[in-house]
Design a protein around this ligand. Sequence first.
Ligand code: GLC
Length: 550
Amino acid sequence: MGLEDKWHKNETIYSMDVETFYDSDGDGVGDFQGLIDRLGYLSRLGVSCIWLLPFYETPNLDNGYDIADYYQVDSRLGTLGDFVEFTHEARARGIRVIIDMVVNHTSDQHPWFQAARRDPDSPYRDYYVWTDEPAQAPDKDTFFPGEEEDVWNYDEVAEAYYYHRFYRFQPDLNLRNPDVREEIRKILGFWLELGVSGFRVDAATLMIDQKGDLPPLEEPHSVLKEMKSFVRSREGDAVLLAEADDAPDELEAYFGEDGNEMDLLLNFVLNAHLTHALAREEASPLVAGLERLPDVSGTGQWANFLRNYDELNVGRLSGGARAEVFETFGPEERMRIYGRGLRRRLAPMLEGDPDRIELAYSLLFALPGTPIIVSGDEIGMGEDLSLPGRNAVRTPLHWSDDPNAGFSNGDPDDLVRGIIDEGPFSYEHVNVAAQRAEQNSLLDRMSRLIGTRKECPSLGWGAHTVLATDSDSVFANRYDWEENTVVTVHNLAADTATVPLDLGDPDDPLHRLVGAGEHTRRDDGRVAVELGGYEYCWLRVGAEHATRHW
Ligand code: GLC
């Protein structure tokens, strides 16, 4: 490890979409000025890094993941000037900004694609992937079964088929073409100049996959390595967070060698196993998930999450485990999507119980990696299953019980998406203002957890060990780093559990950092931790020592 600033190992990332955060001008759409106005909220919550979903110029047919101009802000959200104000104001509060970078494909409205389809001799033709006659049975499936049928679409103007792994309005870019790679570098360089600290690399797995009839890339990972070396050459501490939903034995490769590829990888494997553990109220699926992951200590870092703005994908679990998750968390067909996922928020999955939600987040924060919160989860927002597809989990943030949940003072008919106004997750019951006023609200508890995670750099840096317990429902682990030891214990079930743990030297003092329960030294030197239903605690073992961050 070099003398690098590895800030990303010890941050809590808050992922959010500008259009559903806060509307400052009453047009019904969240905007950058609104985000600037509410940065104080994020600062108080304690998050130190924001991951922004796409905010670029777009026809907006896939929540902005269909980009028509990489150098412009969607005019509904503001201007480039507003964007720079935002990165400046965020930095002033010690909050870094990572932005989504979608370069596996463009929108079909992008001028590159429009030029490509009109003229076979255009230099842009080869930016995309074409064929005159697609194979009868392509060996790749569409990513959105039920919404798309094929990975090829016929274009009348081009008189040829183009390749798209996602929707038909998202033609895949040809990353074998060096000109496309040069374009990507320019785009990255542009946004780094505007103050971002890194990128969330969308669809990294598909970027380097074989596309259509093109020969495979000679060294697929070189595409990602090039991005990394370029980004680092421009901004020494900028990071790349990849969306790589790949098989577990393929994951290690994304980190490259000596940190020359991705810094963080969204941990889809652990997400599915953690969900299974919460569904069963047992630790073993989580332990199994950790065992499936390659050891990346020293090279990279996992980015762990409970939910995001997409479906909760359990496709990597075994059939039996998947069925259990569906039965517990998605009992109704309308809660499921693509045959592999749930279109639900965390809070309703856990029946809106603040203790269970807090437990789930504490557990997430206690796993090896950098935790990510999806906006709205900090107050326990629900989903709107009447909305199509993944939009169910993309409704505006509830700020208060004012009209439009305080999100906008515009006409309710103009809102980017409707407010949840029925049932136990209605904005009248679940909103920021009410939880600010209430001691020990979910918002309060989340803020405490974020603060505790920040206080314990051993979790981002230290050696991780799962501790054996004699209770099915209790997960316990420890981190050791530069003389600091932190132990966390989580009871996933409703019944009280007591676990004896061997924590080494019986003379070491124990301090509770956060959580509840009792801990007592036994005569045999072991520590008995007693936790009520859904309780957890984090303990510091021994004294706290100053630590170096490299
Ligand atoms: C990623 C995004 C998803 C989007 C897809 C296509 O998976 O998270 O929302 O639909 O990429 O860009």
